[in-house]
Ligand binder design. Structure first.
Ligand code: C5P
Length: 216
């Protein structure tokens, strides 16, 4: 399957679930690019690196290895997500991770068996040539509700208002940064999932991917 699918959008909109469903259906390689920023953030925190020390943070980003993606719970925590979005504004950090993301797309993408990348700047900066681009969004309240459910299902007690506030803060930082802000690519299919089931979102996406494959 020679295709690149780009999925962008704010936190909690359902990018990950869509990416997983498309990976399963089309057997594509998958890169959750948020994990790169999260792993850099966690490793930097553990090393005591300040969130504005761009040179040291870029060194941490360049030094990532497989073990840095464990343990998954700490990587996925809200606090680590906040740190990830703070370091993601720094051009040196982005530059260190961009090459990893582009290489993944090139190796697994059109010349390989196909790839899906999800993140904030996939359709605009990392893979502007992607065959299909999705921008997955939902209202802040709906996204916060989903995140609360997810955390509670994992046994983590949370307060809705706090999750909403943190999410809004992180989204604003992602949208307003100068380097690679969160924005829909002009040729992206925008899907507001606020009132859609995951099955409906996947159905809509599958139609678009099938269409792209037919034209490939
Ligand atoms: O997707 P996730 O919530 O795991 O991403 C964590 C943070 O990493 C985001 O809030 C964003 O600041 C950053 N990120 C980014 N560019 C990407 C993926 C994630 O700036 N392609």
């Amino acid at each position: 399957m020679s295709i690149i699918v780009a999925i962008d959008g704010p936190s909690g909109a359902g990018k990950g679930r869509l990416a997983q469903a498309l990976c399963d259906k089309y057997d594509l390689a998958f890169l959750d690019t948020g994990l790169l920023f999260r792993a850099t953030a966690l490793k930097a925190t553990l090393k005591g690196v300040a969130v504005d020390d761009d040179k040291a943070l870029a060194d941490v980003a360049k030094s990532l290895c497989d073990e840095d993606f464990e343990p998954i719970n700490e990587l996925r925590s809200e606090i680590n997500g906040q740190v990830a979005s703070k370091i993601a504004v720094l051009p040196k950090v982005r530059a260190a991770l961009v090459s990893y993301m582009k290489k993944f797309a090139k190796t697994n993408g059109n010349k390989g068996d196909g790839a899906i990348l999800d993140g904030r700047d996939i359709g605009t900066i990392i893979c502007p040539e992607a065959d299909v681009k999705f921008f997955i969004t939902a209202t802040p309240e709906e996204r916060a509700k989903r995140r609360v459910n997810e955390l509670q299902n994992r046994g983590i007690p949370v307060i809705f208002e706090e999750v909403l506030q943190e999410m809004t803060r992180r989204d604003r930082r992602d949208r307003e940064r100068k380097d690679s802000p969160l924005v829909a690519a002009s040729d992206a299919i925008v899907v507001d999932t606020s009132k859609m089931s995951i099955a409906d979102v996947v159905d809509k996406a599958v139609k678009a991917v099938d269409k792209a494959l037919a034209c490939a």
